[in-house]
Write a protein that binds this ligand. Structure first.
Ligand code: FE2
Length: 379
């Protein structure tokens, strides 16, 4: 799919979002990883995800194994190939651990596939019905940026624990949940000049509308720069910001991602909590590493964002950032990459009215990322 970058883009607003593709929410996110058993342990013991389901040799799956974890409305699937060659291995070899499928919960997976492919989406797989004793599920898939796909999941006739082919999984041990509630947004990084192409894809193929855009004047520091647009579906439950690198004095953090991920892919998953101080306190206690801004960030914070409900001291101690827009404020913090390549990371976000994405924190945040890029020798 191509688009003439010089054509002025008409302003698309959320009111323009077309509901030919009603999305009920994010169904699950599937990561292809090198060692799903150990990744599952990490997401359970550090992040507080609870074990839900398993598919592997014991369930008749001989070429790959998957562990399904859940925390409130967030479902992660961790999949590892068990054979030498195949598409899972290609994904792993090329990208390292990363998100393969952003699965969307729909009423009709066949219709979702027809509506999107008829508007230009490339099919990842045709609608297929999977059944077991607990009922049936219809799945279909389309390609999006890089090797990432969207899977449409129709589960209204299914009463099983996850999907047919999986069995309930309840290992001993584990750890308490940390208060993560749902996926607030998932960000894709795409290559130079590709942001508008993919925003157009979400508008035309999936009926999304643009919520907001940031250009390199909003998001640049002395060195790095990027551009970003936020696409949302009609009911606002699914938000996909799309980033592309912009020219700066040194290498954009988006370019660093693209270099190491070997192409476009999911940059971060933002997960919501109702109590960010408790959530982040516990995550830090369990060893999750977060980006830290200079403590001077907090010196004039209340002058910038006005009165907030939280005490300043725990925010300063934990490194939680605050931003305000017309509708309220938000608190957020970003992990360091959770894989060895400087690619995927998480954001923890608590919204107190604000529906925006923390534009006021971009500069402090990106300077923190640049300090890490410098340590990696990739700035
Ligand atoms: Fe974000």
């Amino acid at each position: 799919m191509t688009m003439d970058q010089t054509t002025p883009q008409p302003e698309i607003t959320v009111a323009d979002a077309k509901d030919f593709l009603p999305l009920l929410g994010t169904d699950h996110v599937e990561l292809i990883v090198g060692n799903a058993k150990q990744s599952a342990y990490y997401y359970m013991h550090a992040w507080g995800f609870q074990p839900l389901a398993y598919r592997g040799l014991e369930t008749g799956s001989s070429d790959s194994v998957s562990y399904v974890l859940q925390q409130d409305k967030i479902t992660l699937v961790l999949t590892t190939p068990m054979v030498a060659d195949g598409p899972l291995n290609d994904h792993l070899n090329r990208h390292g651990d990363g998100v393969k499928a952003v699965a969307l919960w729909v009423d009709d997976a066949t219709q979702s596939w027809k509506e999107t492919t008829s508007r230009g989406a490339v099919s990842a797989f045709q609608p297929e019905t999977r059944e077991d004793a607990n009922g049936k599920v219809v799945l279909s898939g389309i390609e999006t940026y890089g090797d990432t796909i969207h899977v449409f999941v129709e589960r209204k006739a299914y009463g099983g624990v996850f999907l047919p082919g999986y069995q309930a999984w309840a290992p001993s041990g584990g750890a308490e949940a940390v208060g993560l509630k749902y996926i607030d947004h998932m960000v894709g990084n795409v290559g130079w000049g590709e942001m508008n192409t993919w925003c157009e894809f979400y508008a035309k193929v999936m009926g999304f509308a643009q919520l907001v855009s940031f250009d390199d004047k909003d998001i640049s520091t002395e060195y790095t720069a990027l551009m970003s647009k936020v696409m949302s579906n009609g009911n606002g439950r699914i938000k996909f910001p799309i980033n592309e690198p912009a020219e700066g004095r040194k290498k954009s953090q988006i370019e660093e991602y693209i270099d190491f991920y070997q192409g476009a892919g999911v940059q971060h998953i933002a997960v919501a909590t109702d109590d960010i101080i408790t959530t982040v306190t516990e995550l830090q206690r369990r060893g999750i590493e977060f980006l830290q801004v200079p403590k001077s960030y907090y010196d004039d914070l209340l002058d910038r964002v006005g009165a907030i409900d939280e005490d300043l001291e725990p925010l300063r101690k934990l490194g939680i950032l605050v931003d305000r827009d017309d509708e309220g404020y938000l608190l957020q913090i970003f992990t360091r990459p959770v894989v060895d390549r400087p690619t995927m990371f998480f954001e923890i976000i608590q919204r107190k009215g604000a529906q925006s994405f923390g534009k006021g924190n971009f500069k402090a945040l990106f300077e923190a990322i640049e300090r890490e890029q410098a340590l990696r020798g990739t700035l």
